[in-house]
Ligand binder design. Sequence first.
Ligand code: RIB
Length: 310
Amino acid sequence: MPENDARNAVLVGGAINTDLVARTTRAPEAGETVTGSDFNVFGGGKGANQTVASARSGVRTAILGAVGQDDFGRQRLADLQREGVDVAAVTIDASMASGVALIAVEESGENRILYVPGATLTVTPEQAATAFDQVRPDVVLTTLELPIPTLERLYKAAREAGAVTMLNATPEPENGRTLVPLADVLLVNESEAVSLSEHSDGSPNWVDVAEALAALGPRCVVVTLGAAGAVVRDGQRMERIAAPPVEVVDTTGAGDAFCGAMAARLAEGVDPIEAARVGVAAGSLAVTKAGAQPSMPHREEIDRLVETTR
Ligand code: RIB
């Protein structure tokens, strides 16, 4: 990222993975072998996917993360650089393998993911502080893929500098409890929302769940509901945003597309509810293509779809 570049910026903290993706009529049960139909290798990792989504929205974007000194790591960094992402804050750790995800995608487009973080777990709080100082972002967006002390340091730097903090509490939302009160924007899917809000109701009212999550501290809460769109609570405003109907090919990375596109608009100063509307459109577009990073939509496609949903 060139020095003195005053454009709006997003710094994403998260995993850079290689996704090994098999398509199958149905995923195997324990002890069972199922014959799949298709195999592909894609760039993945929630952090890296969100970075690509933000960059494709035309905002200056950097990533804080780590890869191993291996072919997967080199390929993933090259992918990110091709997207114009600043990778100066990515460390290469020779003692660890790069992150990998084993993904089974069923005919319905639903997926099951086994994720091995590898080098992602080596990112330190000091590296987070340095990355923040170098990028000076308007928005810090993270998942829970980096170590929690590292994320806490990043959020502290962001809050001291007045940057917007956006937490996508995934995977394993229960690990993010200390971060939730530090987030200006909390973005979760249904199961993550239930886990963090400790709702025991089998079919919760998502408006109530969003209220409960807002009581934990974030000014803006977004609960994504897949094909049903999202519920957004921002301050005293509550809005349901419907998702446009699309043909589902692969749901992998839909939440990442939502987060990256929304973060880019927040960096431009767009109103959070409007930014979430952009996120819904980005997530809807992402499910129409196979793979995580290849399916992250560009700004023009998102804007066209948003216009059809007004
Ligand atoms: O959100 C999708 C991502 O989760 C995949 O790209 C995979 O790497 C997993 O971590």
